[in-house]
Design a binder for this molecule. Structure first.
Ligand SMILES: [Zn+2]
Length: 147
């Protein structure tokens, strides 16, 4: 018997559990591969004095230099909808995903606003930019830190 969850009708119910777990493992994940890569780049430049996802900082940024009030978000291109590589939209459940992605973007903006309001500087590092441009990001961060 065919499961109702997989009717081909676009309005068919979405296998909720599957989606939830995908979202949980992708958005809420900490210490993602791009995060690790970027942390390595910072460490190499002797910029290791950061805290990770600190609870006492609005939005719990991925990497924080607390005393310098510098917050860094390392964004996965797919979930945060990268403006550089513009990842493809899913082909099914388009409306659902569009809403999800919009919510992610909104949440990111809200976090950034909140931080800036509290006197933080915010740097967003995109996954696809790390490989070739990590040093450029690191340079900019170093400049802020030695000010
Ligand atoms: Zn990207």
């Amino acid at each position: 018997m065919q499961s109702k969850k997989y009717l081909r009708d676009g309005r068919s119910p979405i296998p909720q559990r599957e989606i939830t777990s995908r979202i949980m493992s992708s958005i809420k994940a900490k210490n993602t591969k791009p995060e690790m890569l970027f942390r390595k780049a910072l460490n190499k430049q002797d910029l290791g004095g950061y805290r990770l996802h600190p609870k006492n900082v609005p939005g719990r940024p991925d990497i924080c230099y607390i005393t310098k009030r510098l917050a860094i978000f390392v964004h996965g291109c797919y979930w945060h909808r990268c403006p550089y590589c513009k990842p493809e939209m899913p082909k099914t459940h388009v409306r659902f995903w569009r809403q999800k992605f919009l919510a992610n973007i909104k949440r990111d903006r809200k976090k950034e606003k909140e931080l800036i309001k509290n006197g933080w500087r915010v740097v967003t590092v995109w996954e696809c930019q790390i490989e070739n441009k990590a040093s450029r990001y690191v340079k900019a961060i170093k400049k802020v830190l030695v000010e």
